[in-house]
Design a protein around this ligand. Structure first.
Ligand code: SF4
Length: 320
């Protein structure tokens, strides 16, 4: 089938920054290095990051993705995904004697450490996040009880902590910055003594990608977000562009693009969630070029240089 041509299309503007963050880079590298060092199969609990292409690529290299530890054979090497896991999963994996590498993003671990520390001081928690997301399950699972999930402002009115003197708020790292701020304000209104993290839990990558979409959206007629349906931060990028009044679509790969979206439009904005690889962005660029876009321009934006160290046992140690 020939590619349809959209005569109005002129330019693609690439959001900066977009795509992989330091936590995703590290998580993928952990699985790849484990495969190189120990050979296939390497078991990974949950999708290492929420991206179909990345998961399929690692499957081909010998990773096996599981949800239940029952599906991991004795003596296997097991990697925890970037989203983090509950204490119960950590304890069970240890008890079963697996060789474990933890690919939990250090910025998620930071939240886990904060929860554990404050819980020892008698705090209860309000967690702002999306029910069922593995990061939320992992963070809430740091304690047996005492973390109350709120998904929106209405939930804040309903939440019933056992006491309000020692109450702290924690946030999923990949939320809409604006929605989370609104919910946090409702928490503050209802619980004026609530303790908030010194540095916000929403991570730098989520913040930077959303800031870039805020700059990009008014400059273009349509925003395309490369990301998988399960990716929280990718979904937030699409919603944000839409909220700013620019038509927006999220695609897992170039084949999901529809020429009809671009009819009558000239300028296309393109971004990618923190788990979406640049190879997919390039394929999307090529497809939109085939539709008729003639030029590609990079937006000015923050350059990200953060890099997280790999776990011991997977680092390449300097030669003696
Ligand atoms: S999106 Fe943020 S929290 Fe999630 S892996 Fe990337 S840096 Fe870490």
């Amino acid at each position: 089938m020939s590619t349809p041509v959209v005569p109005t299309l002129s330019e693609i503007t690439l959001a900066e920054p977009r795509g992989f963050c330091a936590g995703v880079d590290r998580a993928i590298e952990i699985v790849e290095r484990a495969l190189q060092k120990f050979g296939a199969p390497i078991y990974v609990r949950h999708e290492i990051v929420h991206n179909t292409y990345v998961v399929n690529d690692l499957k081909q290299k010998g990773a096996i993705f599981i949800e239940e530890l029952d599906d991991v054979p004795p003596g296997a090497t097991l990697v925890f995904s970037a989203h983090g896991v509950s204490r119960a999963v950590q304890d069970e994996a240890r008890a079963r004697g697996f060789s474990i590498f933890d690919a939990t993003c250090p910025l998620v671990t930071k939240v886990h450490v904060e929860v554990a520390k404050l819980a020892k001081e008698g705090f209860e928690f309000i967690m702002i996040g999306h029910k069922g997301h593995p990061e939320v399950e992992g963070t809430m699972g740091q304690l047996d009880s005492g973390i109350h999930l709120v998904e929106d402002v209405a939930d804040v009115a309903r939440v019933q902590p056992a006491q309000t003197d020692k109450l702290a708020v924690v946030t999923q790292t990949t939320l809409s910055v604006d929605d989370a701020a609104e919910i946090a304000e409702a928490v503050r209104q209802r619980f004026p003594k609530v303790r908030e993290p010194k540095q916000q839990d929403i991570c730098y990558a989520t913040q930077n990608r959303q800031d870039a979409v805020k700059v990009l959206s008014p400059q273009v007629d349509i925003v395309i977000v490369v990301g998988s349906p399960t990716s929280s931060n990718s979904n937030r990028l699409r919603e944000l562009a839409q909220k700013l009044g620019t038509e927006s679509h999220m695609v897992d790969n170039a084949d999901e693009l529809q020429a009809a979206w671009f009819e009558g439009k000239s300028r296309v904005g393109l971004t990618a969630g923190a788990s979406a690889p640049e190879v997919l962005v390039n394929q999307v660029i090529e497809r939109i070029r085939a539709y008729g876009a003639v030029s590609v321009r990079k937006m000015n934006g923050i350059e990200e240089t953060l890099k997280f160290p790999l776990p011991k046992g997977l680092r390449i140690e300097p030669q003696a």
